[in-house]
Structures are given as C-alpha cells and as structure tokens.
Design a protein around this ligand. Sequence first.
Ligand SMILES: [Zn+2]
Length: 68
Amino acid sequence: MMVPQTGDMFAHTCTSCGDRFAIFDSQVLSVANTEAGILVSFTCWCDAPQTQLTGRAVATRSASILAA
Ligand SMILES: [Zn+2]
C-alpha cells in the first residue's frame, strides 16, 4: 500500500469506477482524525462518495505515549 507523500494531494483508486486518480485539497469534503489515522472524505469524478485513510495519526500516537 502506498503512503501519501505530501499533504496536498494523494492517489486513490475509486471503489465505484475503479479509476486511479489524484485527490487535491479542493476535492476534499471532510477530514476526520480517527484512531487508525486521518480519514479523508471526497467525491470521485464519477460522483461516487469515497474515503481514504492516510497514515499519519501523530496526535493519537503522541497521546498513546503519554498515556502509557
Ligand atoms: Zn469513480
């Protein structure tokens, strides 16, 4: 699995049309900080709602270290 390299855009494969494309900030609908990472919600070119989990849960990891 590829880890996003920048905070500005990342690659995603649509679960509806199967196309692989780059997501830009302007397409992002919401960003949620979860225990597993940052869950980004956006809409594909085909209008299918999509989500992708990015690998950076820095705040959660820091909290875990403090709690341990
Ligand atoms: Zn699509």
